[in-house]
Design a protein around this ligand. Sequence first.
Ligand code: DX5
Ligand code: ZN
Length: 223
Amino acid sequence: MTASRPTLIAPSILAADFARMGEEIRAVEEAGADWIHVDVMDGHFVPNITIGPGMVEAVRSVTELPLDVHLMIETPDRYVGDFVSAGATTVGVHAEACAHLHRSIQTIKETGARACVVLNPATPPTAIEAVIADVDQVLIMTVNPGFGGQKFIRSALPTVSRIRSWIREQDLDVDLQVDGGITKDTIAEAAEAGANAFVAGTAVFGADDYATAIQDLKKNAHP
Ligand code: DX5
Ligand code: ZN
């Protein structure tokens, strides 16, 4: 199965060297990254705390690449404006964190940013069926969110296939993304299920050569 959208690799800066963030961003940009993925965690929705709008602003100042901001926080509506002002291109909110998901998506769209809805591996795809025509991107987690370097959860792939079939049936212009445990060994399965955008933290920033790592991911997505 191939998506009509291009294959996109989004390195997650969670796996970058925080003390050298500017250099790290420039290095993955030069190595062929399509987007920069920014993982925002609040210690409530997920058991880890990472970064906020200040880091997004800093990253924005060193790259022209789209910034794909993944909010793993409670009541995300409160912070959407701050992240967009800081330079987010896309803002992703978890369906599990939004009591009024349609409103949260409208809140993102009103800012002019691209809207992404995110599902944890165990959440059924029907949780977003009613909003799929309203978003620019769907992200299916292939790990339980909170940390980089975890093992790929294969049982999330039927959800990817299901969403891909809705996108096709409704002829939607939506990127379908996966995040977590994506490596050159797992990316083909995720692409086969229908994903066209791939977050990769450890597989890129943990590699000696970022360009080779990104090329290998792209090559293996459609072997
Ligand atoms: C997990 C984050 C992911 C993570 C991916 O909560 O949303 O974006 O950084 O890291 P890897 O690719 O190492 O699994
Ligand atoms: Zn993420």
